[in-house]
Design a protein around this ligand. Structure first.
Ligand SMILES: Cc1cc2nc3c(=O)[nH]c(=O)nc-3n(C[C@H](O)[C@H](O)[C@H](O)COP(=O)(O)O)c2cc1C
Ligand SMILES: C=C(O[C@@H]1CC(C(=O)O)=C[C@@H](OP(=O)(O)O)[C@H]1O)C(=O)O
Length: 391
């Protein structure tokens, strides 16, 4: 079984990734991994960091002369922007003046839709920097590096992957459109949104432009297809051996993914049983499924047909339009979500799971004036407000 871990911060010197359980003899080269890191930067309407930040790849364990050795594979993904952040993100203590600079200022306005507020509550931080640095999806660079290695392993077993974009906001590829095969990867990479349907891709580009013009952001749906999967991978006997469950966990663990479907997923739930399953027939002595609604798994095991998994991503949380938030240091309710430096400090909240879960999210503050009342989420509107009598 493969196991993996990553470490490192968004603006740290590097991300570190370890993959354990890879057999010996799998082709692994820096070129192969770097190619997928470059592909990660593709897309339309991406943020500025995708352009100027470069990934500096180092294979530092488990590989010799282009093949794995059976020992843990270690990969470091250096960040060329580190020199700009080396004081703010220094692992060593720094002069306090660093925290007075624009880059080092305390981020006391938690951004809605990010891990900021709850991370501050969980660890008692009085600003969001220590949370966002690790919660950031910069971490996906490490996952992509390990994924490139895992893909090479699957390739040795005859399993080939391809992914494509099915929806951007409300713009969707029509139901029943042709699916790409692994031979289409280059063509997909050439499309601005990695959409296999040219007409839909053009509409997606227009949707991104419109969101950009109106200071908004978009989510979407992607699908991963695995060709050549043999039957019987996974298992039905224990929850953690079920292939569909393990795929769902892996996908849902990606930042901002809010929904996972295996096969026809939620569409199956809306069908009658007679239209929901894959009938079995015998053709030339071979038992065959007449359809593939299940998407390649039954009973937690691969069926040997095309494996299809979809992921729904929420719109990027940094909405240029600005969402309402509260400054946890001053109680101000600015429209902007990026904080200014402040001397006020919140004390570490006492950990009480019952209290946090019942009252949503009070953030106790050290000052008690009206201006420093603590943020609290309104259970009905979901908005963060400062009307909290509890602190
Ligand atoms: C590839 C990728 C890129 C992301 N880029 C941004 C971004 O530029 N701005 C942003 O606000 N969130 C971005 N996010 C989402 C953040 O990771 C954010 O922490 C996440 O939405 C937190 O929500 P969650 O806890 O529901 O996962 C990105 C997510 C992914 C997967
Ligand atoms: C750097 C990457 O993604 C970042 C993930 C991210 C977030 O909030 O998750 C926010 C953005 O960073 P910032 O807010 O600092 O501009 C993205 O650029 C990357 O994927 O390499």
């Amino acid at each position: 079984m493969l196991r993996w871990l990553t470490a490192g911060e968004s603006h740290g010197p590097e991300l570190v990734a370890i993959l354990e359980g890879l057999p010996a003899g799998v082709p692994v080269t820096a070129e192969l991994v770097q190619a997928d890191l470059q592909r990660r930067k593709l897309g339309y309407g991406r943020g500025a960091r995708m352009k100027f930040e470069q990934d500096e790849l180092h294979l530092s364990g488990g590989v010799r002369h282009g093949v794995s050795m059976g020992s843990p594979v270690a990969i470091r993904v250096g960040n060329t922007e580190w020199p700009k952040w080396q004081d703010v993100m220094s692992p060593e203590p720094v002069d306090p003046s660093v925290l007075q600079t624009a880059r080092g200022a305390a981020l006391t306005r938690p951004r809605p839709g990010h891990a900021d507020l709850v991370g501050m509550q969980k660890y008692g931080f009085d600003e969001a920097r220590p949370v966002l640095e690790r919660a950031s999806a910069r971490e996906t660079a490490a996952r992509v590096a390990l994924g490139a290695v895992a893909k090479s392993f699957l390739g040795e077993l005859g399993i080939r992957l391809v992914s494509h974009t099915l929806a951007i906001g409300p713009v969707e590829v029509p139901e029943g459109a042709a699916l790409p095969t692994p031979d289409d990867v280059a063509a997909l990479d050439a499309d601005p949104l990695r959409c296999f349907d040219a007409a839909t891709s053009a509409l997606m580009v227009a949707e991104v432009d419109d969101a950009h013009d109106t200071g908004d952001t978009l989510g979407g749906v992607v699908e991963v297809l695995a060709y050549g999967v043999p039957p019987g991978l996974g298992g039905y006997a224990q929850w953690d051996r079920r292939l569909d469950a393990r795929l769902a966990e892996a996908i849902m663990s990606i930042q901002a993914i809010k929904g996972v479907e295996v096969g026809d997923g939620f569409r199956t739930a809306r069908r009658r049983g007679s239209q929901a399953h894959d009938e079995l027939v015998e053709l030339d002595g071979v038992i065959t499924r007449l359809s593939d609604r299940a998407g390649g798994t039954e009973g937690g095991m691969s069926t040997g047909t095309l494996l299809r998994v979809r992921a729904g991503m929420k719109p990027i949380a940094t909405v240029p339009h600005a969402l309402r938030t509260v400054d946890v240091a001053t109680g101000e309710r600015p429209r902007r979500t990026i904080s200014a430096p402040t001397s006020a400090r919140c004390r570490r909240p006492e950990w009480s799971p019952r209290r946090w879960s019942r009252s949503s999210s009070p953030m106790p503050c050290s000052r008690s004036s009206a201006a420093t009342r603590c943020p609290r989420r309104d259970a009905t509107s979901g908005r963060t407000s400062t009307r909290s009598p509890s602190c």
